[in-house]
Design a protein around this ligand. Sequence first.
Ligand SMILES: [Zn+2]
Length: 237
Amino acid sequence: MERRDFLKVMGVSLATAASGALPQTFLDVAHASSVNAITRLPESDTARFAWTVDDGCSPDAVKAYINFVADNYLRLTFFVYAGVSPWQTQRKLLKPLVESGQIQLANHTMRHPLLTKLTTKQVQKELMDCHNFMERNYGIDAKPYYRPPYGGINAAVIDAAADIGYTKPMLWSGTLGDSGNIGSAKFMTLANRGMRDHGIVLGHANNMVAPNHFDRLLEIVNSRGLSTVTLTDAFGE
Ligand SMILES: [Zn+2]
């Protein structure tokens, strides 16, 4: 993407977020090579990957994911963007799965900003506002896992987060490309590429693209003999 277009899209989504409406456009941008963020699972005896789902702008998608996980004995991690409503409206459905450990909640900030543009104090406030929301609504301590919005991370962000106990910055090894709308063929190509042993797969609960393909995603998981794990399953804390 051209820088000009990148800024345009970013401007739109940040402005929308600030107004309290659901942002329509998200980017998959990562700069993992230059910093110490985590993009893969550690070695294990079984073939497995972490299915991680960000944001939660669509109540229908959040609900569909919860039912999908429950019905198919999957394990999944939501990176909660606490500023959007489904994390409150779907709480009754979600909380039992969080309590059983089948679904893990991790930190994706309160307002979904680009953390690299913020001061240390602002980064910490973004994480702690989301942290406190999850503690209040789900009774959990979400540390140490967080994912920076847009994958925007640098050493200053990592240090600011680590100082308050968020010591595991999580990026991804493969993306489903569904932060905004994406065509079916492209989506399935990305899913086939991303769902692999040791993988950390990034999806989004912002639209119904993934739910509309759940059967086909499950087919990939099963045909490859993969199991799904939460971050706590994989990293042991
Ligand atoms: Zn996000």
